[in-house]
Write a protein that binds this ligand. Structure first.
Ligand code: 6PG
Length: 240
């Protein structure tokens, strides 16, 4: 496992650097195994990254060999403004030639998130086999409370060692969510964590501290991963 932190003076530099590295990582994965399995994150941070992958960097990416999954999802219809799938469609997937059969959204159309979590575990098993899924690229953001995906401080989901996908309840305005668990996130070959804004500076400091407590700061889990972790920070998020 290796951990690196890159800090940028402007968001344009940050996102262009991240988009270039994502494109390079996709190319490398496809060259090595014929396909790239990437898990997208949600919220607002990835929007600019998606837009660059759909425009300035699109020509570099072998989209036909890219399989898209999600690290977490809000349990809302895909056309909801809160949907991570909907955001990824609008900002990226509607603009690149990724085959529809390669796009694997977390199911949110039922009324039973726990059942949907089991369905997504089946989707992962169909793609990765019975071992713990190993994503080539895991895109992550982080909340000001240190959460990653939908793994929030104090959640028992942080202690899960067997399940790959869980239904959880979050404090945010969209309480019901689905999330990959830490065994999956930690197994990724390459995790990209993009964090911007001063409100997250203390969580960044905690997440990389050797004294971090996982239960209080879920992002600290990224200190124990099988693969490489690259942080992209603006000056505000790196402020502490
Ligand atoms: C989600 C994300 C979540 C996100 C952080 C940061 O579904 O909200 O997957 O983990 O990365 O909450 O969100 P922002 O990018 O909006 O600050």
């Amino acid at each position: 496992m290796s951990n690196s932190i890159r800090t940028f003076g402007t968001h344009d530099e940050l996102y262009r650097s991240a988009a270039s590295d994502v494109a390079d990582a996709i190319i490398a994965a496809v060259r090595f195994s014929g396909r790239c399995s990437i898990a997208l994150s949600g919220g607002t941070t990835p929007v600019r990254l998606h837009e660059l992958l759909a425009t300035d960097f699109a020509h570099r990416v072998p989209w036909g060999s890219v399989h898209v999954f999600w690290g977490d999802e809000r349990y809302v219809p895909h056309d909801s403004p809160h949907s991570n799938y909907g955001m990824a469609r609008r900002t990226l997937l509607d603009h690149v030639p990724c085959p529809p059969g390669n796009v694997h959204p977390m199911p949110t159309n039922g009324d039973d998130p726990a059942r949907s979590a089991l369905e997504y575990e089946h989707t992962l098993q169909q793609h990765f086999g019975t071992d713990v899924p190993r994503f080539n690229i895991m895109l992550l953001g982080m909340g000001s409370d240190g959460h990653i995906a939908s793994l929030f401080p104090g959640s028992s989901a942080l202690l899960e060692e067997d399940r790959r996908v869980l239904a959880v309840t979050a404090e945010a305005e969209v309480p019901r969510r689905l999330t990959l668990t830490l065994p999956v996130i930690r197994r990724s070959e390459l995790s990209f964590v993009i964090v911007t804004g001063s409100s997250k500076a203390s969580a960044v400091k905690e997440a990389i501290s050797p004294h971090a407590e996982l239960i209080q700061c879920p992002a600290a889990a990224l200190q124990q991963t099988e693969g490489e972790v690259r942080w992209w920070l603006d000056l505000e998020a790196a402020g502490e």
